[in-house]
Ligand binder design. Structure first.
Ligand code: SF4
Ligand code: SF4
Length: 136
């Protein structure tokens, strides 16, 4: 079993089709929708977590590509502007996955992209606009 977090971008003609349902039903994958932004007749974007066996995961991702869904890694949607961060730690207690964490000895904040689920909680908390979400 493996788990992947990806960003799916749907062209307008696919928005009404249940491609995520097919991932569950036809490919035996578990799909957890983490974030969704869908505008009727425009592009839709979903951040999802997919869990399943590797072969099923590969087949499901191939299916998505074949029907015209573009797939990006989640990390591409979140940016930590390290140069703006003053390590104030205001964001740390809000981050649910410890993607933003602090080294207690040095009090240095770090950002681990692979843990980030793009929940946006840090965006409004950071007084220095060091966290940016590129998901629109
Ligand atoms: S978007 Fe959410 S998970 Fe990602 S760093 Fe910010 S608070 Fe943490
Ligand atoms: S709230 Fe902003 S400035 Fe403060 S530690 Fe977090 S990212 Fe850095």
């Amino acid at each position: 079993m493996q788990t992947k977090r990806v960003v799916l971008s749907f062209p307008p003609h696919l928005i009404d089709q249940s491609v995520t349902y097919r991932l569950i039903k036809d490919f035996d994958l578990m799909v957890n929708i983490l974030r969704a932004r869908i505008t009727p007749k425009e592009q839709g974007r979903l951040v999802i977590e997919i869990t399943g066996k590797k072969a099923a995961m590969d087949a499901g991702i191939n299916y998505l590509r074949e029907v015209g869904v573009s797939i990006d890694s989640l990390a591409q949607d979140i940016k930590w502007h390290e140069d703006r961060c003053i390590h104030c730690t205001a964001c740390i207690s809000f981050c649910p996955t410890k993607a933003l964490d602090v080294e207690r000895k040095t009090m240095e904040v770090s950002f681990k992209r692979d843990k980030c689920i793009a929940c946006e909680l840090c965006i409004s908390v950071c007084p220095y606009q060091a966290m940016e979400i590129l998901f629109d």
